[in-house]
Structure formats: C-alpha cells, structure tokens
Design a protein around this ligand. Structure first.
Ligand code: PFF
Length: 451
C-alpha cells in the first residue's frame, strides 16, 4: 500500500469506526457513569443527550467541514480558511496545547486502567475481598506510589505509539476496526450479566427515570462539559479526522452515526455499572473513584464469577482508552509533522516522549510530588480542573465563533453538499446553532465555571 493510501480511511465505515474510537473512551466508561451518578441519574442523562445532539453534534459537523476542506490541523486550517485574519491561528495553537494536556492526563488514567486489568487477571483484586476499606486503601496506595503507576503508563504509551507509527489506515483504522466491535460485545455481555443480578431493577430505574430535583446549574454545566469531552469535539480533534474522511461521504450521516454510537455506549456503560452497584447495596455517587474504588468491591461480592467479570470490565476500559489515546497522539503527531517537516515516525516518538514526560510528573504529583500545590490542589487535580472546566470549553468557543462568523458560507455549503451533489435543507438550522446557541451555551459554562 502506498503511503498516500495510508493517509486516509479506506471507507466510510473505517472513518466512522476510527472517529467512534476517538469519541468512545474513558469519558464514556469511567467518567460518564460517575458524573451521571453524582447528578442524580436519569435527569442528568436527558440533559446530557440534549447537549450531545444539539451542541456536540453541531460542533462535530463544523470540525469535519473545516478538516475535510483543508486537510490540515487547526493551527494551519484556520489561517487557510480566513487568510484575511491570520490571528485565528492562535485558536488552533490553543487546541494543540489542550490536546497535549488532555493526552498527558489520559496517559495517567489509562495506566491505572492497565494496571487494574493485570490485577484482575492475576487475582490481586479478588484477594482484596468485598470490603470497601481494603479496596480504597489499595487504590490510594497504588496511585500515590512511585514506580507502579509509571510502569503501566509507559507501557500503555508505547503501545499507542506503535499504532500511530503504523499510519492512518494500517494503524488507527485497523486497530479501531478490531477493538470497537469487541468493545461493544464485551459491554453487552456485561450489561446482560448486571441486569441478571438480584435487585438490579433499582439501578436501572436510577439511570433511566428522571428525578429533576437533583438538577442544578452545576449539573447542567457538567453535562455540557461531558458532552464535548465525550464526543472529542471542541479542540480540533475532528478537524484532523475530518481530513481523513473520503470526499464522497455524507458528513451529516457520519456525524449522526458517531454521536449515536457514543451516546449508546455511555448509556450501556451505565447499564453495566448501576444495576451491579445497587445490587450490592452500594451507591453510585462515589465520584471519580467509582470505577477503581467501588466496582472492585462489587466484583468481589459476585463470588467466583467476579474475577472474570472484572477482567472483562477492565479490558473494555483499556480498549476504550487506547483508541482515544491514539487519536490524541495522532493529532499531536500530525501537527508536529506539519510545522517541522519531520517524518511521521520521528514525530510520533517525540510527541509520545514529551506527553509521557508530563504524565510522569502528573502521576508523581499524587505521591512524592504531592507537596507541590497550587490553589490548594496537586498538579494532577489542577491540570484536570484546568483542562476539563476551562480549556476545553474556551477552545470550543473559539472554534465555533470562527466557523460561524469567519469561514466562508460558500465553502461550508460546498463541503456539506459534497460540491452540490447532496441536498442540505438543514443548513440554516446548523448555522443558527453554531452562530448563536453553541457560543451562548459555552459562554455560560465558562463564566459560571469561573464564578
Ligand atoms: N472522547 C474521549 C473520551 O470520551 O474519553 C476523550 C477525548 C479524546 C477527548 C480525544 C478529546 C479528544 F480529542
């Protein structure tokens, strides 16, 4: 296969699976259930879905259009699309920075996940028994130790780097085509098992029956942030993937498929987790530790089958994390290749090494570097807060204002209609959303985050 062929996805299905691979990640299986649990289940789910389809889907279309039109990362795509205002390139650069920070955090949590997979397989988790204290202490001493998390984050990083070195079609697409169907199968099996547990109905109704009394401004903001993060939109990731989408693909259909798949996988993760948690008499409102501190207790109270269920679950989490991490790494790698002219393999090595170096510091900040605090937070928590609460929505705001007000409407229509071959009756609605509704919602999120 020529290297030119290796630079685009081979088909519409390949493009969809790779973009779904980017979207479906720790955000769906680790973050969504605990945030949904924290803000009251079903009511949060409804608001989240509204944001996913109305705002997230709109942003995704905008990014695909910019990417397929320019075949560049945001740093170069924005000045190309609006040559009269080159200052917009800073929004693109900012997207690269947010991607770098997100990837560094992602390495750390992916490392935890990989370590828990081996712990599940070797029986270490099972030996902790079904007591909350033992499982919580295990997690705390693991995350704050020096070498244990580092080994796993480095191994995970090297695997992702190997995929990126394989290229777009032979690396990213090939891995996504194998891992995504496998992930869905595993998730379905876990859902069936969770639903068969006694008392599971309570967990299901928690997830699906809306109770609006728990909804406040904070929950609405969390839903919007989660919608952007989960769909991988707002930082220009889908501008990079948009460049790989074949020209004859219908961008509306592609967006709908990805958005639907991402939401269904988040809901299925809730179905796999909540009934099991309730069935063991526990609460899902534990927060970020739900997967690492609550679920092992749940697995250990299932009896002999618990170990297999925990292996399946952490395998699922590792696969989801891998396809998202490779998309973040791809973004950085293409950007570096673009600005420096170096070849892809070297670029992959440099981007992996730099982001892993930051990840090492973030990981150590949970332990021996824990004394370094800024605004009362260690470096890991601070970076998490900055990237999720401020940088993501801020970058999304820049991109959507650029798209709605700066990019030529002719170029947008041309790309959406595949050069006039598709009807696009939804065009005015799309532009209304991206010009007014999405920026307004993002401004509300950013301002209230600051307050
Ligand atoms: N969407 C991924 C998740 O849900 O875990 C996270 C992510 C990947 C965000 C890639 C942004 C991105 F560019």
């Amino acid at each position: 296969m020529t290297s030119a062929n290796n630079n685009t996805f081979s088909s519409n299905l390949g493009a969809i699976l790779a973009a779904v691979g980017s979207a479906v990640g720790l955000g769906n299986v680790w973050r969504f259930p605990y945030i949904c649990g924290k803000y009251g289940g079903g009511a949060f789910l409804l608001i989240y879905l509204l944001f996913v389809f109305l705002l997230g889907g709109t942003m995704m279309m905008a990014e695909f259009i910019m990417g397929r039109h320019t075949h560049h990362t945001p740093s170069q795509a924005l000045p190309m699309l609006a040559p009269q205002h080159k200052g917009w390139r800073f929004v693109g650069h900012f997207g690269v920075l947010v991607t770098f920070v997100t990837l560094s955090l992602y390495w750390v949590i992916s490392g935890w996940t990989t370590s828990y997979l081996t712990d599940a397989a070797t029986g270490t988790l099972t030996h902790l028994g079904a007591t909350t204290d033992a499982v919580t202490n295990y997690f705390n001493s693991f995350a704050s130790s020096t070498w244990h998390p580092l080994v796993f984050l480095l191994v995970f990083g090297l695997i992702a780097m190997a995929v990126i070195m394989g290229g777009v079609r032979n690396g990213i697409e090939a891995v996504s085509k194998i891992l995504m169907p496998l992930l869905v199968l595993l998730l379905l099996a876990l859902c069936v098992y969770a639903l068969s547990m006694p008392g599971s109905a309570k967990g299901l109704s928690y997830l699906l029956l809306p109770d609006f009394s728990k909804i406040n401004a904070e929950a609405v903001l969390a839903a919007l942030g989660q919608a952007l993060f989960s769909l991988s939109v707002g930082i220009g990731m889908m501008i990079v993937y948009g460049g790989y989408i074949p020209n004859e693909d219908n961008l509306l259909k592609t967006t709908i498929w990805i958005t639907l798949s991402d939401s269904i996988i988040a809901i299925l993760s809730g179905i796999a987790i909540f009934p099991a948690v309730f069935s063991c008499g526990m609460e899902p409102a534990e927060g970020a530790g739900l997967v690492f501190k609550v679920l092992p207790v749940v697995f250990n109270s299932m009896g002999a089958v618990g170990q297999y269920v925990s292996i399946a679950f952490f395998l699922l989490l590792v696969m989801a994390a891998l396809t998202s991490a490779i998309s973040l790494l791809e973004f950085l790698c293409v950007w570096l290749t673009e600005v420096s002219g170096i070849r892809r393999p070297l670029s992959a090595i440099i981007c992996t090494a730099a982001s892993l170096a930051v990840a090492v510091v973030l990981s150590l900040s949970n332990g021996i570097l824990g004394h370094i605090t800024i605004m009362g937070r260690n470096l890991f928590d601070l970076t998490d807060l900055l990237s999720g609460t401020y940088m993501f929505p801020l970058c999304a705001l820049g991109l959507c204002i650029f798209f709605g007000w700066e990019m030529s409407p002719d170029d947008i229509r041309d790309e959406l209609s595949n050069h006039g071959t598709l009807r696009i009756p939804y065009y005015p609605a799309l532009m209304f959303l991206i010009r007014y509704i999405v920026p307004l919602a993002l401004i509300v999120v950013i301002v209230s985050g600051m307050l």
